[in-house]
Ligand binder design. Structure first.
Ligand code: FAD
Length: 285
């Protein structure tokens, strides 16, 4: 099913993001996790796209296997970094042949010392243009409530986002954030700039204090003072940190949905119990 159609049903769209495991054992375990998640009837799952060659093959295999064998709609992430247009075309052909209908089109992050192939795309909007002309995928894109780390200004970032949506992105998923006010302010700015597509908040339940700080540093997400204090109080005990993380993210999700967010995209980091607990609470409410 095309993900864009899910937003027309008048209920929130819930999705779960995983990354391709490095080992066969990890692959099997992820497969079991998604099979278990299926009991809760998520709308779709997505699988990230890595910087290295072997995990890329796994992204393609995983989304096809998940969709075919488990019957859960699966979206492949795909980034411009490290591939020529011909290589991207080969991947898109494989996804299409495997029955995949949805792709998250990304610019990607260049690893240190990266020299792009001369004809490589630099930005997601170029990838969107490329796909639009040749394949019939439903395309999603990334956006940044707290502004992308490389953008010269929030205004410039928003202008670039408009360009990406105009190229043919049908829904957006935000970078993770811990303060809902950042999401609502961003949505307001995006709407004022003429962006009409659904903007799905990306939520990551904190599972360890160190991990929260690392993810915040990587993504540029601000950790609010209240969350920071609560994490510091329980930092010595991972189970208690997990409880704080679930409680915080559940509160975030409830407010987001109550105030009109079109769904929730869970960044699971392949540790799905926390996201599942939150999802169960939301659908039970
Ligand atoms: P772009 O839309 O290209 O934007 C990147 C930067 O360039 C921004 O600062 C933007 O303002 C600017 N820009 C955009 N278009 C132009 C233009 N035409 N001219 C000049 N400047 C421009 N990374 C992975 O490697 N694999 C993944 O699977 C993955 N999944 C993600 C999923 C989500 C939901 C999100 C939010 C991010 C994900 N990322 C992933 C991270 C993402 O690749 C990085 O944040 C990357 O730095 C930007 O990707 P983008 O698609 O936003 O790029």
């Amino acid at each position: 099913m095309r993900i864009s159609e899910l937003f027309d049903r008048g209920r929130p769209v819930f999705s779960f993001e995983f990354f391709p495991p490095k080992t066969e054992k990890g692959y099997d375990s992820l497969f079991r996790t998604v099979a278990e998640l299926k009991r809760l009837d998520p709308d779709y799952v997505s699988v990230t796209w890595g910087a290295g060659g072997s995990t890329r093959r796994k992204t393609v295999e995983l989304v096809i296997d998940i969709q075919r064998q488990l019957g859960v709609t699966a979206m492949a992430h795909l980034s411009c970094v490290g591939s020529t247009p011909d290589e991207l075309a080969a991947t898109l052909d494989r996804l299409a042949r495997g029955g995949i209908r949805n792709v998250l089109a990304l610019g990607g992050d260049a690893p240190p010392g990266y020299a792009p192939p001369p004809d490589a795309f630099r930005h997601a909007n170029e990838l969107v243009d490329f796909v639009r002309g040749r394949w019939d995928f439903c395309l999603g894109g990334a956006c940044y409530p707290e502004t992308h780390k490389d953008a010269p200004s929030p205004e410039e970032d928003l202008r670039n986002l408009v360009r990406k949506v105009d190229a043919g992105v049908e829904f957006l998923i935000t970078q993770l954030f811990f303060d809902d006010r950042d999401y609502f302010a961003f949505v307001e700015r995006a709407r004022s700039a003429g962006i009409r597509v659904p903007i799905v908040p990306g939520v990551m339940p904190v599972i360890s204090a160190a991990n929260a700080r690392r993810m915040a540093a990587l993504s540029g997400a601000r950790i609010p003072e209240e969350l920071s204090v609560r994490l510091a109080e329980v930092e010595h005990d991972d189970a208690l940190v997990g409880d704080v993380g679930v409680e915080w993210a559940t509160r975030q999700c409830r407010e987001l949905l109550d105030r009109g967010a079109p769904g929730i995209h869970f960044y699971t980091l392949n540790k799905s119990p926390a996201s599942q607990r939150i999802f169960e609470r939301l659908i039970a409410a």
